[in-house]
Design a protein. Structure first.
Length: 292
């Protein structure tokens, strides 16, 4: 699928190529911002949406020829839908701050856009790095996300966490992966880790779910058994053990928080959940971009 021998610059100048807008979302990502942006400078437009970072993220981003916007964070799906309505081009590539687009993937994307794209969206695999090691098992080897798509054919559903882009029609998989620096250090990872547990519990509580002993004990144990044994995390050595244990602990934190919510609600206490985006325009395609 990739044009052999053609450089990124040559593919950028291909006659009739579809223009592409890149969306990056950030919050306190000063360690990632520069490398992330530099990996997509070949794009026709880059829009970075920041959630009022308290570090140097915005300062660093402002050094590049990109558009920097700020918006309160209501979850990844809301942030990306909001950004999709503010880009200029029909084709969109979404990249998280801890991801990179290596040159082979950039060339493949530009090659797809230089022809007549056969689909409305494309999966991109992720090569996940956990403390300097690429994880080959633990369920991470099959990780893929829909990130390249026509913006009039895709939208994220209204969920605070774990929302997958919904695309019309078949979705092929590109050959080349993102690099995903998901876990560099505990200092970098733990705030995100705790936020995902909190947001997952809030989403479940909002959906009317409650947690009992099955959720508190069974789900974390099953996550570890599935990822470490069935998905062969043990073959990733100490990295695999640490990763699978952390994932199981994250599941426990989510359901422990949901269990606590249930107890507090039963005694009549008002539960203050993280803010959700209640603006219906965030979840619908704007006028002029409705699907056929």
């Amino acid at each position: 699928m990739t044009a052999r021998g053609a450089t990124v610059e040559e593919l950028r100048k291909a006659p009739g190529r579809q223009s592409v807008s890149v969306i990056i979302t950030t919050f306190n990502e000063e360690v990632n911002t520069a490398e992330c942006i530099e990996s997509v400078l070949w794009a026709d437009e880059i829009v970075l949406v920041d959630s009022f970072s308290s570090d140097r993220t915005v300062e660093i981003a402002s050094r590049y020829p990109i558009t920097v916007l700020q918006r309160e964070y209501f979850g990844s799906a809301a942030q990306k839908n909001w950004a999709m309505d503010r880009v200029s081009h029909d084709w969109v590539l979404i990249i998280d701050a801890d991801e990179r687009v290596p040159e082979p993937l950039a060339r493949e994307i530009l090659t797809v856009l230089a022809g007549s794209p056969a689909a409305n969206g494309y999966y991109i695999r992720r090569e996940n790095l956990f403390i300097d090691k690429v994880i080959r098992h633990s369920g991470w080897s099959t990780d893929k996300v829909v990130r390249l798509f026509r913006r009039d054919k895709g939208r994220y559903p209204n969920r605070r966490v774990h929302a997958d882009l919904e695309i019309e029609g078949p979705v092929p998989v590109l050959d080349n992966p993102f690099l995903h620096y998901t876990f560099r250090t505990f200092e970098q990872y733990f705030p995100k880790f705790l936020n995902y547990a909190e947001w997952g519990a809030a989403q479940a509580f909002r959906d009317g779910r409650r947690a009992g002993m099955l959720e508190l004990a069974g789900r974390p144990a099953w996550r570890f058994l599935r990822t470490y044994f069935l998905q062969l995390g043990l073959l990733d050595g100490r990295h695999g053990f640490a990763l699978c244990a952390l994932q199981a602990f994250g599941v426990f934190l989510k359901y422990a928080r949901l269990w606590e919510y249930g107890i507090r609600a039963a005694r009549g206490e008002e539960i203050r959940l993280p803010a959700f985006d209640e603006d219906t325009s965030t979840w619908k395609r704007p006028p002029g971009l409705e699907a056929d």
